[in-house]
Write a new protein. Structure first.
Length: 82
């Protein structure tokens, strides 16, 4: 099973591909670990916190993308990820 670590500011505004990610977890394809930096009650504010808590080592095949404060997301097309 794959592990997916995903983080953004708020799940209601910034969670790209939310439906797909949730379907991976429900289908048993991926174990999803989330981090939301502006949700005080959430256990992880940053992805690195979720990775550390899981005790998982990140390997070079890791894919990361980010959205700059202003402008468009700097993520490759979905086809390049899946």
């Amino acid at each position: 099973m794959s592990k997916v670590f995903y983080g953004c500011r708020h799940p209601e505004h910034d969670w790209f591909y939310r439906d797909e990610v949730q379907s991976w977890q429900q289908a048993g394809i991926a174990e999803v670990h989330l981090a939301f930096s502006t949700v005080p009650a959430h256990p992880y504010r940053f992805v690195q916190d979720a990775i550390t808590a899981d005790g998982w080592m990140v390997y070079p095949a890791t894919h990361m993308c980010a959205r700059p404060r202003r402008g468009r997301a700097s993520c490759p097309p979905r086809e390049a990820i899946c």
